[in-house]
Every structure is written in C-alpha cells, then in structure tokens.
Design a protein around this ligand. Structure first.
Ligand code: NDP
Length: 313
C-alpha cells in the first residue's frame, strides 16, 4: 500500500500503471494488473468499437478494482469509443497521440478521470490547461508511438514535474523496481510500464512476438518513421525496408505505401516477425521470461520498496 496523489486519483493500492498497448493489452491483462493492486489499461487503439465494448464488459466482470482505457486520439472511430466508455461507466481514460483539449471536457463532464500522455513539458502544460487530472511524461526509450524531440525519460520527467501542478506519471524505459524508485526521485508520483507486461501470460500478443521480445538485446530497437508518426520498433526485415527508403530520402507518400495497413497487427498479434511492425521499448533488452502479470506487479513493487529503504540509509 502507498498513498500519494496518483493512488488517490485512481483508487489503487500502488502507483504502478500498465500501459495501454495496441494488440497487447486487452481485458485479461488490464484486470490481472488491477487485481494485483496496480492500474490496468485496455489499449483501445486496435479495437473495433464492438470489440472495445466486449473488453470493457469482460474487465468489469473480472475485477472490482479500478481499471481504465487508453485511447489514441488518431483512432478513426473515436466518438464511438468515447460513447462506449461513457455508457459502460469506465472511470479512467488515458488519452494519447493528439490534442488533449478535444475530448477532456466531455469526458470530465461525465465524471471520468482523464490523463494525457505527453513527450514535452509544453504539451504537459497544455494537458493541464485542458483540465486533465494528471499527465504521463513518456521519454524516448518507450516503445510504440513516441515524441519527435527524442527527450529521454531522465531529462523529461523533472522538466514536466516543474512545469505542471497536476501529478506526473513517468513512462519510457521503466521495467524494474529500481527504475520506479528512480522516476519517483525525479518528481513522478507513478510509473507507467508497457514492455514488461508484454512478457506476461495475460498479454494478448502473439507468442512469436513475446519470444522475440524476450530475445531482444541492447540496441535492437530504434525510433523509426519520424516523417510519419515516430514509432519505436524492433530492427527486423520490415524496419530494414523502411530504413533503406528513408536513407535515400523517400517522401511521406512512399513511406505510407511501404507501411501499408495493419502492420502492427501483423507483427504483434499475428506473429509475423519479418513483415510485421514490432513495437517495444528499449528496456525489453532486460527481460527474458514470460510471467503472470500479478507476479510482475508484486516484484516491481517489492524491489522499489527495497531500493527506497537502501537509499534512505
Ligand atoms: P493501420 O491504419 O495500419 O491499421 C488499422 C488497424 O486498426 C487494423 O489492424 C484494424 O484491424 C484496426 N482497427 C481497429 N479499429 C478500427 C477501425 N474502427 N477502423 C479501422 N481499423 C481499425 O493502423 P495501426 O495498426 O498502425 O494503428 C491502429 C491504431 O493504433 C491507431 O489508432 C493508432 O493511433 C494506434 N497506435 C497506437 C500506438 C501507441 O503507441 N499507443 C502505436 C501505433 C498505433 P483489422 O486489421 O482487423 O481491420
């Protein structure tokens, strides 16, 4: 148990948040993390509206603890997702990849706690001004969608903590209790963790992707596709194709053509390790084993408490 502004905001026992990750985090993972005392998030970006509804309903059945939905604002049918969230009584929404001013007011009018994901202190301020209850400051190390400026978590978190009064959750490169303690020292009151939870039994990712993540070594991921939406992914055959095009100065139209449609699904959900887009953070290099989510949560928190004790001596 720990009391701070983040645990009070969400009603959780501990300030660990499992990131919403397209194709990786459905109701099974979100409810397992919630039942273990953290905040679980359903990643809505890859779900058709009826699929999200099903996941919310299943999550509500699987846990009495708080959980939320992560909503990337690039999502084509976002108003349908928003309606389901309101109608089904979801209490917490993490928005990302878009302007926080667009939906925060409506969600808050329905009593929903809104958190926005940012990669700069300028956008953190914008989220605060839009009425968000907290921000996630996500650094360059993170997997998936990422900021263009390449600001690392170590640099970003204190700057965001100084820029806003609302509580800050750190993300990007956090996969151990040591890292949770470190971001708390930087001014965060919570830690959002994605990659570590991909390697859980409850993550919906394809086993090929989980095994590939377990084999990832230092330097195996890269921030790519900066001319479109920057995304951190594994350097596989698909990435080499993108790199070859980028190196000879391909324009956005050609890059879009190469990216095509549903690359993320192909890689992470269908397990095509050559042709798919494999989104994961730098910290994946530190993980080797696929474990139950509750065990991951427990170990992260126990290690964090140990480190905090040692640092106080
Ligand atoms: P693409 O345009 O390449 O493909 C769309 C994918 O989303 C397909 O796989 C499709 O499933 C699925 N999908 C779910 N709902 C819809 C819908 N209503 N209309 C169309 N397609 C839908 O997109 P990406 O796979 O690159 O990204 C999908 C979403 O995930 C976007 O909203 C994007 O913003 C978000 N995203 C978030 C990331 C993050 O880090 N948070 C990283 C990357 C993407 P099917 O194949 O079954 O038709």
């Amino acid at each position: 148990m720990m009391k701070n502004r983040i645990t009070e905001l969400f009603g959780t026992e501990i300030p660990i948040i499992q990131a919403g990750m397209i194709w990786n985090s459905g109701w099974r993972l979100a409810s397992a993390v919630a039942n273990a005392g953290g905040l679980g998030l359903i990643g809505a970006g890859s779900m058709y509206p009826e699929v999200l509804r099903e996941h919310i309903l299943k999550c509500q059945k699987a846990t009495n603890k708080p959980f939320g939905v992560n909503l990337p604002m690039l999502y084509p049918d976002i108003d349908k997702h928003i309606n389901s969230i309101i109608e089904l009584g979801v209490k917490i929404v993490f928005t990302s990849a878009g302007n926080p001013a667009t939906w925060t007011g409506k969600l808050k009018d329905h009593g929903i706690t809104v958190v926005h994901v940012v990669s700069s202190s300028k956008f953190a301020k914008k989220a605060e001004d839009s009425g968000c209850n907290a921000v996630v400051a996500e650094g360059f190390e993170a997997g998936g969608h990422n900021g263009r400026e390449e600001t690392t978590t170590l640099v970003l978190v204190p700057m965001v903590a100084d820029a806003v009064k609302i509580p800050v959750i750190a993300a990007g490169g956090i996969g151990s209790g040591r890292a949770i303690a470190a971001v708390m020292a930087l001014g965060a009151e919570g830690a959002q963790i994605g990659s570590r939870f991909v390697l859980s039994h409850e993550s919906s990712s394809h086993i090929n992707f989980k095994n590939a993540v377990a084999e990832t070594k230092e330097g195996d991921t890269v921030l790519s596709l900066k001319k479109l939406n920057p995304v951190r992914l594994v350097k596989n055959k698909f990435y080499e194709q993108v790199k070859e095009a980028e190196d000879r100065g391909a324009d956005t139209a050609e890059l879009k053509e190469i990216l095509g449609r549903a690359r993320a699904k192909k890689g992470m959900f269908e397990g095509d390790l050559d042709e798919g887009e494999l989104e994961i953070g730098q910290v994946a290099a530190a993980f080797k084993d696929i474990r139950p989510a509750a065990e991951i949560v427990r170990e992260l928190w126990e290690e964090c408490l140990e480190v905090r004790k040692k640092l106080c001596i």
